[in-house]
Design a protein around this ligand. Structure first.
Ligand code: HEC
Length: 210
């Protein structure tokens, strides 16, 4: 049976498939035999198009363990991180913090970007899939570090605001092989939604910091 993909799941699932690629084949990105299996196994449906099974440069680098850990691979990672950082836009009105209550809804929701959604579906950030955020949450993922007391322990100085904003926009700007979805790069969240999750993490009134 053919399966369709969610954008959030792709980098993780393809990571497992691509480990066998050798440095010599880096330029062609994916082993043709593996690509053939992928092409046979997925079809496009709705907004989920087959470009989702084509790796970008980050995914190709991170799937290729031998190349990634070589000196050349590390140079490549640094160049990609630099380009990702340059791509991030600061908030258009200069304000980093929105409404933490709206941010909580974004953090809790894993909706969006699947074949049964439309381009008008309001996406969630699925933050709880990977991070502990508040004490109230009884179930959360641990792929990422706990963000409990994030603002309380770091404060909200300009460098912290900028770092957190950048992480949410494109985590690969700091770590080419970060497993965190690139929220702005893939248009998963709007600018306002990212400001709202910023407030969830950094507003002293947010349950994260209580
Ligand atoms: C698929 C898993 C995943 C999801 C979903 C995810 N993250 Fe992350 N996040 C990570 C991982 C893993 C890290 C660790 C850093 C790295 O990968 O380089 C991280 C790091 C971070 C950091 C930096 C933490 C630090 O101590 O420096 C912040 C802030 C963050 N995430 C916020 C969020 C927010 C807000 C959301 C939802 C909009 C979110 N994350 C969704 C996996 C995820």
């Amino acid at each position: 049976m053919k399966k369709t993909l969610t954008k959030l799941g792709l980098s993780i699932s393809t990571g497992l498939l691509m480990l066998s690629i050798s440095p010599a084949s880096f330029a062609q990105q994916v082993d043709p035999a593996v690509q053939a299996v992928m092409d046979r196994s997925f079809r496009e449906q709705g907004i989920a198009k087959l470009d989702r099974i084509k790796q970008d440069e980050f995914q190709a680098l991170c799937s290729n363990e031998k190349f990634r850990t070589s000196a050349e691979g590390q140079k490549k990672a640094e160049a990609l991180q630099k380009a990702a950082l340059a791509e991030i836009k600061p908030p258009s009105d200069g304000k980093y913090l929105g409404d933490w209550k709206a941010g909580e809804k974004v953090a809790q929701s894993g909706r969006g970007a699947t074949w049964s959604d439309t381009l008008k579906t309001v996406n969630g950030g699925g933050c709880y899939n990977c991070h502990q955020i508040t004490k109230e949450e009884i179930s959360y993922g641990t792929i990422g570090p706990s963000l409990l007391a994030y603002g309380k322990t770091r404060g909200n100085s300009e460098p912290i605001l900028v770092y957190t904003w950048n992480r949410i926009n494109n985590s690969k700007a700091y770590n080419a092989c970060s497993n965190m979805p690139r929220m702005a790069h893939f248009n998963l969240l709007t600018e306002q939604q990212m400001k709202d999750v910023m407030a969830l993490l950094l507003d002293p009134a947010s349950p994260v910091n209580k």
